[in-house]
Ligand binder design. Sequence first.
Ligand code: ADP
Ligand code: MG
Length: 576
Amino acid sequence: MPIRLLSERVSSKIAAGEVIERPASVVKELLENSIDASASSISVEIRGGGIEYIRITDNGVGISSSDLELAFKRSATSKIFEIRDLDSIATLGFRGEALPSIGAVSRVSLLTRTQNDTHGASIEVLDGRISKREEQAASIGTSVTVRHLFHNFPGRRKFLRTVATETKRIQLLVTRYALAYPEVKFQLRTERSLTFESAGSGALDEAIHSVYGVQVAESMLDLGQFNELQGVSSMSVSGMVGIPGLSRANRTYISLFVNRRWVQNRMLSYAVEQAYHGFMKERRFPVAVVNIKIPYGDVDVNVHPIKAEVRFKRDEEVFATLQKIVRLSLTTHTPVPDLKYMSHEIPRKVDITQSGSAFWNTTPFDDSRGSKVSGDPNVHILTHMKTLPILRVLGQIHSTYIIAEGPEGMYLIDQHAAHERILFEKTIKRDDSSSAHIQSLLEPVTVELSVDQSDLLDRHIDTMAKLGFIVEDFSNRVYILRSSPSMLKTGNPGQELMDVLDLFNEGGGYESWKERAAYSIACHGAIRAGKVLSSQEMNELTKDLENCDQPHTCPHGRPTMIHITNSRLESEFGRT
Ligand code: ADP
Ligand code: MG
């Protein structure tokens, strides 16, 4: 299709705005162009987090030489033409904004050739102006090179994170597209070394293998077969989801696509998570790669210039269908959900000899934490007072809160938040030269990490070792784990390492890597809500909390306790 300028009437209907915020936005737009051009092989090369250099080469249809200048004009596109085309967008791009926007903030050169041309054509654009135009030998396809991003926008440049962070974003993006397009062979080269490659065989499990490794790939269930059971529906759900035993510490392993467009959508993610209800412990998340195929007319992608947001005409139907199909795959795989995680009740038999045993072996499942206490002056969420009085533990409520008495009334302590605070401070204050907190494994464990995890580990292998994870690089994202932090007691050190890396990856407002790591370990190692505690455990926890520098909040800033004063109790009972 030729590239044409959209009329003012059409372009005014397109969600406008700047799309190039950071190097990853350039990569996203160029990847989308390559996919729209039906490429079967796309290679991405970056240096300096993409700020210095990005090159994307595809073997797609190419741009005809006579269209080259037009491609860099605003609102010039070969993908839509009329207003009604906006009602059913079948391509990833449609705004005609990417190339001119990239051209305005960097030095771009583009080399391309179509099947019909005998020669390739190249064009160079500097700060929005065409600076060179040539005939040049080229193979069929397109190669776009972007240098010195934002060199003319120092303000924008200032907002970029470190090279490592920008690299990570690009990596995430390329791996997500590899999951969405298993038939396309993707390659990513970072600072000249090949850091990711997908097979491009068309098989989703192979794409999953390339991103997450063989263990994950072998623990996935195929969703495709369950669509027929749905009866008539214009939408279909395909992809793979992890077996319930495959769980992760955060949502980043849930990849969602709508008509193979990568979307970030809370509703869809929630539908997937809900399908695992009863199959997975609290605050654990599944691995999922799911595509929703829906008539183009039933979904609006023209919501935001970045195009990562979508709106559905019938979102309830989409939610219900997605949840049902994921659920079906799980129940078919495991007909009787593990009762251990199903119960909403407190286990009847409490084994008080269990002190110090695995933390997650009882029944969590209450999300209704979070204290909604109003402005009542007699009910305090203690965030200001520095020290904690000596408390006498009375018992536990809802397997989640410790009830204690102090000189000034009653205290309710959130066991998970309190334990997070304790572990966080212990990790931070520890003397790095000691190794008392490190527990050697009797048998070293081999762990296969995802692209993101291994990238992070390679960069922080010393910090991880100080924390207790002594790891050796074995080969191609497989590592040998020799020890783990003794405060983590799940009995599955490989999983612990992966979870800590995932939490680490999420970042947060922590200043140093040490704080961030301490936060990850605390978050991971803390006793969960729903765990029945012995009185000895409760006493220890309360005492440890009394010794903390900032006992009143967990490291995320949530309160660890609520205080109900004696006078409040008296007034509630009508004694005043
Ligand atoms: P859009 O993708 O919204 O149409 P772009 O500015 O990204 O806008 O690209 C403008 C046009 O240039 C596209 O419509 C397409 O015709 C052409 N084009 C861009 N990149 C490629 C590519 N890699 N292969 C073939 N054609 C491309
Ligand atoms: Mg585009």
